[in-house]
Design a protein. Structure first.
Length: 152
């Protein structure tokens, strides 16, 4: 009988039921909206982490772990599609929750109750920040005119 059969084989454990899920690590910055971007999805963190650099550890199928100064700060389920916002409402300060997580129509109504200047400000804040994609030739025409003036 070999040494392996005598000493090591009895000590072997069965293989795990699930295959090893190798993690992916990336550095990210927590933006003012309390979210970081990882793999084209957005994950929230509490206010105290806004502006800080953090490390993100993600497994392929299950979890996203966020570390700040080598300490686990937050765990989220992994987004299944790119562009998904994974937000924990408890990451926001109590005073901001009502506004940030409220329906836009509710926000506009409350702002109108406070006066026209507040309503205008809220309207600007809730307005999309990025131009919408062109929809048809009438949206593309101004770009052609600008290019023709620059060239000609």
């Amino acid at each position: 009988m070999t040494r392996f059969e005598q000493l090591e084989q009895p000590a072997l454990l069965p293989l795990p039921a699930q295959p090893f899920d190798p993690p992916t690590w990336a550095e990210a910055r927590v933006h003012p909206d309390h979210h970081l971007v990882f793999d084209r999805s957005y994950y929230s963190l509490p206010t105290r982490f806004v502006g800080k650099r953090v490390w993100v550890r993600a497994t392929t199928r299950r979890l996203v772990e966020i570390y700040c100064d080598d300490v686990l700060a937050k765990t989220h389920p992994r987004a299944t599609r790119r562009g998904t916002w994974v937000t924990d409402p408890n990451d926001y300060p109590q005073a901001a929750k009502a506004f940030l997580l409220a329906h836009p129509a509710y926000c506009r109504k409350k702002a109108a109750e406070l006066g026209p200047h507040v309503a205008r400000m809220i309207g600007e804040l809730r307005r999309p920040r990025h131009p919408q994609p062109a929809q048809g030739p009438e949206r593309a025409a101004p770009g052609r005119q600008i290019r023709s003036k620059a060239v000609g």
